[in-house]
Structure formats: structure tokens, C-alpha cells
Design a protein around this ligand. Structure first.
Ligand SMILES: C[S@@+](CC[C@H](N)C(=O)[O-])C[C@H]1O[C@@H](n2cnc3c(N)ncnc32)[C@H](O)[C@@H]1O
Length: 286
């Protein structure tokens, strides 16, 4: 017991204050005072790996060594992001695309080559962009003259690498219909009763992965987006950051483009440039 407690490196308020400010400036993630212990525990292993014995020394090094800071800030970001996600999470969004939005888009984009651009802007370990790609493929694969691109991005380079690999244990795929699993994933490994799957290459090739920090605009796209998924990320941002974010997103959306946010999030009091369609789905006003 004593050893365990002795081994925890405690963070003092001043060091928490510095780290919370740096994290806010770099990511928009706002850490309230009660998140001190969470930050302490997520950085404990990091300090041990670096051989740094307390947070005071860590903070001094961050403040005084620019090269260390540039490298270390990526490590900090990768440790403090919350990456919870699922395939077909909040499934009503995918139903809405399939049953309502895609059919109306087909009518409004009649004639010639029709473009569809989708950005999954906080894609975490990939479950969300693969769910989008499957929904798109199910609807559009038999239709001609569509030029479709799906972009997926995140600030956390570890989760992005996982997303690009597209390898998932069977329990991660439990929220997906069995026929879709068989159609879109290959079995990679079988160990006893558990299996590991990998997204098929045609599915992977539908998605362009890249690192994007939502705080850093203008965003690097040449085409306007018809749909932006920005789900379960603004909960970590304060209101001024949310306001800036959505004013930047609005600029890169087509007129009547869709903005989809997470179940506990709202644009109320943040922006009135979007019409509420229900179920945390918004449409850019013309
Ligand atoms: C809880 S996950 C949500 C994943 C997915 N959108 C979903 O709803 O299932 C939040 C993601 O936002 C990412 N994130 C946090 N701050 C970010 C920022 N400033 N720019 C881009 N991504 C960010 C995190 O790395 C994390 O992967």
C-alpha cells in the first residue's frame, strides 16, 4: 500500500495552472480545477519515462527548453484527449443521412458529376469515419456520376494511426450489423473465440486521414463540405472556443450543408447561422 502511494508523483496547483493554460492554448481543451488528479495520473507515467522526478522540474523544462516543449506538447496532447467512440454511435445520425439527407442531395445536385464532401473532424480511433464510409457506400455504390470524398482528422496522432490501420477486436464491432461486418471487414486473426478484423482496403481508400487541430484555421480543404461531423468534442471546449470553431466551420460549408454534433452538445447560444433539424443535426442557413 505505502509503496503504491509513495510512487505517485503529485502535482501542485501552480504546475497544474501552467499545464492547464498550455493545454487550453494548444487544443482548446479546458481543464477545470477538478481535473487536476486526472491530469496528474495521465502524466505520471510520462514523467517516469523521462526520468523526471517531479512536476516542478517538468514545468521548468517545458518553460525553458523550446525544443523539448515542441516535442513534449504532442505527448501531452496524446495523453489528455478523451477518445471514447463506437461504430454507429448515435445511429440516428446515420439513419438521417441514409433516409433523408442523401435522397434530398440527389435531387438538389442533379446533372453532371455530383460532388459530395464529408469531414469527420474529431475522428478518434476511426469508428466514426468508417461508419460514415459504410453508410455512404451502402447508399451510393450503385449510383453513377458521384465524386465522393471523406476526410477524417484528429489532433491526437496515436488515435489517428489506429484509425488508419483500421484493425479492431470483435467486441469493438459488436455495435455493427453482422452483414456489414462481413461485407466491409476481413478477419485478420482468430485466437480462441475472439477475432480481430481489419477494414477492407476499398473501405479504407474512401477515407483521407490527416492531423488537424480544430483550433488551427483556415482548415486545409480546397472544396466546401456538404457534411461536417463534429461530435463529442466541443464538450471539452469553452464557449469562446466553440464560437470561433463554428464560425470557421461555417465558412468551409456548402449552403445548406449539414453540421452534426454530439448528443450532449448544442449550438444554442453559440451561433445562429444554423437551423436545428432535431437530434443534434443542424443545417447551414442560406
Ligand atoms: C470523445 S472523442 C469523440 C470521437 C467521435 N467524434 C465520436 O463522437 O465518437 C473526442 C476526440 O476529439 C479529439 N480532439 C480534442 N481536441 C481536439 C482539437 N483541438 N482538434 C482536433 N481534435 C480534437 C480527441 O483527440 C478525441 O479523439
Amino acid at each position: 500500500m505505502t509503496d503504491f502511494f509513495n510512487s505517485i508523483i503529485n502535482i501542485k496547483d501552480a504546475d497544474f495552472g501552467y499545464l492547464k493554460d498550455v493545454i487550453y492554448q494548444k487544443t482548446g481543451i479546458f481543464l477545470a480545477p477538478h481535473k487536476k488528479i486526472m491530469l496528474q495520473s495521465r502524466l505520471n507515467i510520462r514523467l517516469r519515462t523521462l526520468g523526471i522526478k517531479n512536476f516542478e522540474d517538468y514545468v521548468v523544462k517545458l518553460k525553458t527548453d523550446k525544443v523539448f516543449f515542441q516535442k513534449e506538447i504532442l505527448e501531452i496532447i496524446n495523453r489528455i484527449t478523451t477518445n471514447k467512440t463506437d461504430f454507429f454511435r448515435e445511429n440516428h445520425h446515420f439513419d438521417f443521412l441514409k433516409n433523408t439527407y442523401f435522397p434530398s442531395l440527389e435531387k438538389s445536385k442533379a446533372g453532371g458529376i455530383k460532388k459530395l464532401r464529408i469531414w469527420c473532424s474529431a475522428s478518434s480511433t476511426g469508428e466514426e469515419p468508417y461508419s460514415i464510409a459504410i453508410t455512404v457506400h451502402e447508399y451510393f455504390s450503385q449510383k453513377s456520376n458521384w465524386d465522393i470524398k471523406i476526410f477524417a482528422s484528429d489532433i491526437d496522432t496515436n488515435v489517428l494511426a489506429t484509425a488508419e490501420k483500421g484493425v479492431y477486436k470483435d467486441e469493438r464491432l459488436a455495435t455493427m450489423r453482422k452483414d456489414l461486418v462481413l461485407k466491409y471487414f476481413d478477419i485478420l486473426k482468430v485466437e480462441g473465440s475472439s477475432r480481430e478484423y481489419q477494414a477492407k482496403s476499398f473501405l479504407k481508400s474512401m477515407i483521407h486521414f490527416q492531423k488537424i487541430n480544430l483550433l488551427e484555421s483556415p482548415y486545409p480543404f480546397s472544396d466546401k463540405m456538404d457534411i461536417i461531423f463534429c461530435r463529442n468534442v466541443i464538450i471539452y471546449f469553452d464557449k469562446p472556443t466553440q464560437k470561433k470553431l463554428f464560425s470557421q466551420m461555417e465558412k468551409i460549408m456548402t449552403s445548406e450543408g449539414l453540421l452534426i454534433i454530439g448528443h450532449s452538445e448544442t449550438l444554442f447560444g453559440i451561433t445562429d447561422s444554423f437551423k436545428f433539424l432535431g437530434h443534434t443535426i443542424y443545417q447551414k442557413k442560406t
